[in-house]
Structures are given as C-alpha cells and as structure tokens.
Design a protein around this ligand. Structure first.
Ligand SMILES: C[S@@+](CC[C@H](N)C(=O)[O-])C[C@H]1O[C@@H](n2cnc3c(N)ncnc32)[C@H](O)[C@@H]1O
Length: 429
C-alpha cells in the first residue's frame, strides 16, 4: 500500500470515478466499477461518487429546499408538500436529472453506501434535499430503506451506525430511542456509521446507575446528554390530548422523566394511571412530588421489561398507553409495541369504546432529515403495521431551539428538525 506508484494509480481511479459520476457518464462508470469500489472518497471534499452525481445537478438559480416526502407505501398521509419544487425544470435539466437517476441507480447496484458523509457532514441524500432534487432524494431514502430492512431481517437490527466495525460495508446507522440515544438512525461526523460518541452512559443499564442533574427545564445525565427537556411540552400535550381526550379513562405511561405528560394526564382525572419508571433519582422525585398519593396513580418501580409481564398476567387493560424512555435502542420500542401493547391496550377501550390508543416519543433519526424520513415513513410505520397497528401522523412545528439557546450546556443536540411527526396508533380494523 505504501508503493507511491500504487497510490498514484488509486488516486487516478478515484478521480476518474468521481468525474464519471459527476458527468453522469453511465458507460464510463460501468467500466470503472469493474475494478474500483463505488465507495471511494475524494480526500479533500469527502465526496463519494453518489455525492458527485447529485452535487453536479445543482441548478444555476437557487431553489427553495425540498419539503420531504410524506409518501408511505404508495399512499400519502394527506399532505401535499411532497417535493413541490418551485422551479420548472427545463428540458435540458430534465434530461440531466434522468441521467443522474441512472447514475445513482448504477452506483447503488454496485454497493454504494447511502449515508457516507462528505467533509461538510452531508450524506448524498442531504445534498439532494438541500438542492430540492426530489427524485434523487427519494432514491437515497429508498436505498436506505432497503439497507435497513435487509439488515434488520439478517441480524435483528444489527445496530445502525455501529462504529468502526462496519467499515466499508456498513450503511447502517444507530437506532435508539432517546437522547444521545435520541440520536438513533443518525450519521455522525467523520464516519458513515458513527455513534463514535457512543458513550457508555448511553447504554440503558449504565444510564440507570448514573447520577442525574435536574434543572428547572431539563434533566441531564452524567455526560450532559438531555434525558428530557421542557421544550418537548407541546409534543407531550398533543399526545396526551389524542390519547386521553376525556376523563375517567385508564392510562399507562412508561418513563416519567420530568413528569410532563403524567401531569397532563392527571389534569384529565383518569380512573387509573399507571407509571413505570426505572431510574432511582427519578423515582425519588416521584415520591417527593407526591405521585404515590394521587388518586388512581400506581407507580411501578423498575424497568418496563421487568414490570410488564406481571401486568399482562394480571390482565390489566388500558385505554391509552404512552412510551418514552431513554438510552434504549429502537428494537426496545419495537419489542414494546409488538410484545406488550397488544396485550395491554383494550381493543374495546378509549372514548366511546372505539378502541384504545398508543403513542410514543418519535425522536429517531432526528438529527438529520433523511434519517428521520427513512425511519418514520418506512421502518417504524411498517413495523407498527406488521404488529397490527394503524398509525396516524400529525405534523407539529418545532421552533428554532438553537436560537432560543435550548442546547446550551447540553452535550449533543438530539433534535435539529423544524417539524415533529407525532404518531398515534390504534389496532387495525
Ligand atoms: C425522556 S424521559 C420521559 C419524559 C416524559 N415523557 C415526560 O413527559 O416528562 C425518559 C424516562 O424513561 C426512564 N427509563 C429509561 N429506561 C427505562 C426502562 N427500561 N423502564 C422504565 N423507565 C425507563 C428514564 O429514567 C426517564 O425518566
């Protein structure tokens, strides 16, 4: 590898491949791909052939960024924002885009990684989104879905983004459910599969034994990751309204945190209100704040994984269930709705007995639009469907948390998007 002649040869191949991709020269590309990987990267820009193929479509005039697709399995969710690109493409541009599509398909067929980062920290999908190139963006999302589905079937969710061990082939990204773990399907700086900062405190058992810091408007773990933050109150309120719209219903909440959603549930005087919480510091506050004495409240101390089998055995049923934990992988959420919601949610419950409802904090992949779209519109909705649930999504605007200084003192931003997709699930049929 140290042979200078070999190095020159390699650089030449890389540059030829990047050039062919940028020119959308499918024939040249096909030849080059016989001997060269589709995942070479330019040392300066960090461009892979996918980045080059997409960036080359940058229109001369600036276009508004693409509003990401809401299309799910061939049907829309009633929103019409999908790819309304303000600018009409000229015939030339149209042709160029078609060639770009062919180029991208060829690269994916040859094993191109959908979520490699360039030196600006962008995946190819991010560039397509920024440039308003709807078709190219959707090709990237589809490739991501294929990769994730395949991996989930092969290895029950080998961690998406599992660090360096994925080198060269890991188009996977970390999937977790909250906080630093609310990073999930994320792609991190400097590596295509990231979670390099997968600090040990972000693993659930370590988190549960760590000391927490409580501020007026947030809870941080020992590494200053946000466990829960007050800006999420709007999301909690809306979930509570949809899940528990009237009084005298039965509700189960997993993960007490700042007690925001539990307080909103209490305002509606549920007939029974079960709370499962595992962290000793939070449990201490639950006691201090008098939760044990509130009417109808039952606090279960421990991990939901240990508490729920007992509740199922006792035949407890609920009209509403909410799930929002920390430092758990996506597969924990999936286990929760596949194994437990089915046994705990009353199909003949809810308002007017129209069936119980289930909701959860939807923060997976929220540090990058392409990952958020991929997780929600494809993976999560499909998993919920397979588990027997219909999901309704409501879009909620999120203010600019950065400019409001919300992230000051927090180690990593687990939310950077301007819209939250709030899920409410009910049994199919
Ligand atoms: C993001 S907070 C919940 C915030 C809450 N929705 C609110 O409105 O304030 C997550 C909570 O889940 C708890 N938790 C984490 N893992 C858990 C587990 N396996 N079982 C039960 N609770 C867990 C954490 O200790 C934390 O209190």
């Amino acid at each position: 590898m140290d042979d200078p002649a070999f190095q020159v040869e390699t650089d030449l191949q890389t540059q030829s491949l990047l050039l062919a991709a940028a020119n959308h020269d499918v024939r040249a590309l096909r030849d080059l791909l016989r001997n060269t990987s589709a995942n070479v990267q330019d040392t300066e820009t960090g461009f892979t052939p996918l980045h080059a193929a997409i960036a080359a479509c940058e229109p001369n005039e600036p276009v508004p960024p693409l509003v990401p697709s809401k299309q799910v399995n061939g049907h829309t969710n009633g929103e019409t924002t999908n790819g309304e690109i303000a600018q009409e493409n000229s015939a030339d541009q149209r042709q160029e885009l078609e060639m770009a599509e062919k180029t991208i398909r060829l690269l994916f067929l040859n094993g191109a990684i959908w979520n490699d980062l360039d030196s600006n920290g962008e995946t190819p999908g991010c560039i397509a989104l920024r440039l308003g190139l709807k078709e190219l963006y959707e090709l990237c999302v589809d490739a991501g879905v294929r990769a994730e589905l395949l991996l989930s079937r092969l290895d029950e969710y080998q961690r998406l983004g599992d660090t360096d061990s994925e080198e060269g082939g890991g188009e996977v990204a970390e999937e977790t459910n909250e906080g630093a773990e609310r990073e999930d399907l994320n792609v991190e700086e400097g590596g295509h599969t990231a979670q390099e900062a997968a600090d040990e405190s972000t693993q659930n058992p370590n988190y549960l034994s760590s000391i927490l810091t409580f501020d007026r408007n947030r809870i941080l773990d020992r590494s200053d990751n946000g466990v829960m933050m007050e800006w999420e109150t709007t999301l909690m309120r809306r979930s509570a309204e949809l899940l528990l719209p009237s009084a005298s219903l039965r509700v189960l909440n997993v993960g007490h945190g700042m007690g925001i959603i539990d307080s909103i549930f209490q305002d509606n005087s549920p007939s029974s209100h079960h709370i499962i919480e595992a962290h000793p510091d939070i449990l201490k506050r639950i006691k201090e704040h008098g939760w044990y004495d509130k009417p109808g409240v039952v606090v279960h101390e421990g991990r939901w994984q240990d508490v729920l089998p007992g509740l199922v055995e006792k035949g407890e049923l609920f009209d509403a269930i909410y799930f929002d934990t920390f430092a758990e992988e996506y597969k924990a959420l999936r286990e929760f709705f596949t194994e437990y919601v089915i046994g705990l949610l009353d199909p003949a419950g809810g308002v007017d007995r129209e069936g119980g409802k289930f909701g959860f904090f939807n923060g997976m992949g929220a540090d990058r639009q392409v990952c958020y779209d991929l997780t929600n519109e494809q993976i999560v909705e499909m998993d919920l469907f397979e588990a027997g649930f219909d999901t309704e999504w409501e879009t909620i605007p999120i203010p600019n948390l950065d400019s409001e200084g919300k992230w000051e003192g927090v180690r990593r931003k687990y939310w950077v998007l301007d819209k939250y997709k709030l899920p409410t699930c009910s049994f199919i049929g």
